[in-house]
Design a binder for this molecule. Structure first.
Ligand SMILES: [Zn+2]
Length: 183
């Protein structure tokens, strides 16, 4: 009997040798993680189909971001898994932009009135946000890439924007008041 291991929980998943070769998806019975697999009689390749934004944020932070932000980062993760890298970066950026708006309001006491994603640009130039300048400059580049009519994102671009948007969102959320349940 052939077996693979779940990339998330380590559970053993048995593969019927008569079904080989097989290329497609396998779900873990234990944790429901879906993996992309390429199984031949001589080699097994197992990849997690998409990152899990709940795990990447952790339970603690997951409930400190808004419903819109949870939705956006989930779409970023799903797009990443299906190879839609530009769409994924766009949604990672949108997640961060939403957190930035809340943080901007907390620091300046006013609502941000500018257009979508221009908040990244504004915060990158504002000395009040200088502790985040490095990350904000990175996201300004991302914004230019996804906002450009001919721009496309690579897998690496999408993966780093996904990770970095979560990292910066967590830092900013730590400074924010808890959000009301219905926000
Ligand atoms: Zn599992």
């Amino acid at each position: 009997m052939a077996e693979i291991r779940c990339t998330k929980c380590g559970n053993k998943i048995y593969i019927d040798p008569f079904s080989l070769p097989y290329k497609g998806e396998v779900a873990c019975d234990n944790c429901k993680n879906v993996m992309k697999v390429d199984l031949s009689t001589s080699y097994f390749v197992v990849e997690t189909n998409h990152p899990d934004p709940y795990d990447d944020f952790s339970n603690y932070y997951w409930w400190k971001i808004s419903e819109l932000e949870r939705h956006s980062i989930t779409e970023a993760a799903l797009s990443l898994g299906s190879g839609a890298y530009t769409a994924s970066e766009f949604m990672s950026l949108r997640t961060l932009e939403s957190v930035c708006r809340r943080y901007y309001k907390k620091v300046t006491g006013k609502d941000y009135k500018g257009s979508w994603a221009s908040i990244i640009e504004e915060m990158a130039e504002d000395p009040q946000f200088k502790s985040y300048t490095g990350a904000l400059h990175y996201f300004r580049e991302v914004r230019n890439r996804v906002g450009h009519p001919e721009g496309t994102s690579s897998k690496l671009d999408a993966e780093s924007s996904y990770k970095m948007s979560i990292r910066l969102a967590k830092e900013l959320v730590d400074k924010l008041e808890p959000i009301a349940k219905n926000e």
